[in-house]
Design a protein around this ligand. Structure first.
Ligand code: PLP
Length: 219
């Protein structure tokens, strides 16, 4: 089942679109099966849950943090993840930079955009993104590699399209700035019910959970 789902999704994705398996609530065995079927990136929402899976699986794939990062978990996150997709403040970026300096490594990050402008949601507002990217670009142990967005949760996947369009527009604008130490290489948007629309609007990284693993029991 998991294997068939992964193979079907991989076969549908256009070349160059990276599949991230959103692994929250899944067991290490389920994650291993998805990777065995060809998933290149495991996406985790919580540091603690990632550590538990990582202690069983190790570096069988890339590990991306796709959930909000609490400041007191930065040190542990930096030790585990290959990319942090959810940087939304200079303070968080500076903490990641500091921990990476100690380890002598550079962390690839995406800037999370609150494309729905939802007050309770993580992410930087689109109009504040350029200032944040310029600030992050000054940090030597962080490398901005693109943008990520969730968009509002909607019933109809079509309703997500304008938020993806706005995030792509921002991505292109930032790319056109040609800022030092900034790459606009990855645009991470789209989930199980919206990834096809996200790809039509320019996503080259999609984060898919339930279409791989089945419906979640909790959450
Ligand atoms: C859960 C989750 C996804 C995937 O959601 P599905 O609807 O299960 O595909 C993608 N991105 C983030 C940040 C998530 O938390």
């Amino acid at each position: 089942m998991i294997e068939e789902n992964v193979k079907r999704i991989l076969a549908e994705l256009p070349p160059g679109v990276i599949l991230v398996a959103a692994a929250k609530t899944r067991t290490p065995d389920e994650i291993r099966r998805a990777v065995g079927a060809g998933v290149p990136v495991i996406g985790e929402n919580y540091v603690q849950e990632a550590e538990a899976a990582f202690s069983v699986l190790g570096r069988i794939a890339q590990w991306h943090l796709i959930g909000h990062l609490q400041k007191n978990k930065v040190k542990r996150a930096v030790a585990l993840f290959d990319m942090i997709e959810t940087v939304d403040s200079l303070e968080l970026g500076a903490r990641i930079d500091r921990e990476c300096t100690k380890l002598g490594r550079v962390m690839p990050v995406l800037v999370e955009i609150n494309s729905g402008r939802e007050p309770q949601k993580a992410g930087v507002l689109p109009e504040d993104a350029e200032d944040l990217v310029r600030g992050l670009a000054e940090l030597e142990h962080i490398k901005v590699q693109g943008l990520m967005t969730m968009g509002p949760r909607t019933g109809d996947p079509e309703e997500a399209r304008p938020y993806f369009q706005e995030t792509k527009r921002l991505f292109d604008e930032l790319a056109a700035r040609g800022l030092d130490n900034v790459e606009m290489r990855y645009l991470s948007m789209g989930m199980s019910n919206t990834y096809k629309i996200a790809i039509e609007e320019g996503a080259n990284m999609v984060r898919i959970g339930s279409a791989i693993f089945g419906e979640r029991k909790e959450g």
